[in-house]
Design a protein around this ligand. Structure first.
Ligand code: GLY
Ligand code: MN
Ligand code: MN
Length: 408
């Protein structure tokens, strides 16, 4: 779907006098006069396709009005070309386009004509201006409607998600092969650079901060320092995915840096793999979205009991403390409800979820040292289809033999 159709679809769910107001992300300074690369807000990108900062879109069943930066030859020398007001009408399909500095003069007039206002505060630089224009008027949640649309992926979105998955898979394969080659004194950041290069080569970027965690760092769930050396015998947990035209892949693989799983690593890995495969297998339209977590948790719990690491009745969360998946799309942790009222909702065709069970064993007197510092997660991206599901990331090896063969 093109943004125009999405705006129409959204409006068709709202009352006739509805006015939708949506703004994009602010420019973020990194330091001094340097910015982070600009990334539009996902809601705004989805509804407009427009990637410039300092923009607000306002639309109803009668008009599509966009406020954007004016042409400014002096600024454009520094920051690059701007679309400008004149071209916005045609390029963005808008009926009205105003300079962003006229927002406070024009927006109240549009608000006055509306019966219901849909707007979500996003802590965006322009939010304060919008709130001033609202002048205390009551607003309804835009996300409640918009995020349900974003949750069900269109065919063209799935194409982009598959592309992000394919590029990420290629990079993970290279990392598995090159981590082995560089065994002597390889640093985690050198592995990150394999992903950097592969993503840049494909005009993609990281969808989130990479996690490249050797040995005990694999037990730190949000480990992003990526600055330690890899030691022989270590597992390497890599949670890295790229973004293509805003759409994310989110993949984790864990493998031994010397290309051969130890007996203890192999035992824990097999439990996580079995949990992940069973969790994926249950995903189909009509199944409740909590099911993969229930299945994965049960398998992990039993597996750890069988190894004597966990006692019956013990709390599993000391070894498995996160959920088994989340929606994936324009945001890595994508929008969309998980509940329908108080009930768990059901999967529907077009939803994309990650499936990412793990086991994390820190040093403990109560555990045999051969299991210490084993942190394993396996994560794939799963599309719900009419006959069950399709794993967008299935081309990336995860069976022990396949990993060891690839690393030979
Ligand atoms: N990479 C973030 C996550 O797996 O949720
Ligand atoms: Mn994830
Ligand atoms: Mn991940």
């Amino acid at each position: 779907m093109i943004p125009k159709n999405r705006r129409e679809k959204l409006l068709s769910q709202l009352d006739d006098g509805a006015l939708v107001i949506v703004s994009t992300n602010p420019q973020q300074y990194r330091n001094g006069d340097t910015h982070y690369p600009f990334r539009p807000h996902s809601d705004f990108w989805y509804l407009t396709g427009f990637k410039e900062p300092e923009t607000v879109a306002v639309f109803s069943k009668k008009h599509y009005t966009i406020f954007l930066q004016e042409k400014n030859p002096a600024r454009e020398i520094w920051d690059g070309e701007r679309l400008g007001i004149a071209k916005a009408l045609q390029t963005l399909d808008a009926n009205q386009a105003y300079p962003i500095n006229e927002l406070k003069a024009q927006l109240p007039l549009l608000i006055k004509e509306a019966t219901t206002l849909y707007y979500d505060f996003k802590a965006c630089a322009l939010d304060n201006d919008i709130i001033e224009c609202l002048d205390g008027a009551k607003t309804q949640s835009l996300g409640e409607h918009l995020h349900e649309m974003r949750l069900i992926k269109e065919d063209n979105e799935i194409v982009l998600m598959q592309k992000a998955a394919d590029i990420s898979i290629q990079a993970h394969q290279l990392a598995m092969q090159q981590a082995k080659i560089g065994l002597a004194g390889l640093f985690e950041y050198e592995v990150v650079s394999i992903f950097d290069a592969e993503f840049r080569k494909n005009n993609a970027e990281h969808a989130y901060t990479p996690i490249v965690a050797g040995g005990k760092n694999g037990c730190i769930l949000h480990y992003i320092k990526n600055d330690q050396v890899l030691n022989e015998g270590d597992l390497l947990l890599i949670d890295v995915g790229c973004e293509v035209e805003g759409y994310a892949a989110d993949i984790t693989r864990t493998f031994p840096v010397d290309g051969k799983f130890s007996q203890a690593q192999r035992q824990i890995y097999q439990i996580v793999l079995e949990a992940q495969l069973a969790a994926i297998a249950c995903i189909k339209p009509g199944e409740v979205v909590i099911k993969p977590h229930q299945i994965a948790s049960k398998i992990i719990q039993q597996g750890l009991i069988d190894l004597g690491i966990l006692q019956t009745g013990d709390d599993l969360s000391q070894f498995y403390m996160h959920g088994t998946g989340h929606w994936l799309g324009l945001d890595v942790h994508d929008v969309g409800r998980y509940q329908q009222g108080k009930q768990h909702r059901q999967y529907e065709i077009g939803m994309v979820t990650t499936v990412e069970p793990g086991i994390y064993i820190r040093k403990s007197d109560k555990i045999d040292p051969e299991y210490w510092d084993i942190g394993i997660r396996i994560e794939d991206d799963v599309l719900v289809t009419d006959n069950g599901n399709s794993v967008l990331t299935k081309a990336l090896v995860k069976e022990i033999d396949d990993i060891e063969n690839l690393m030979k």
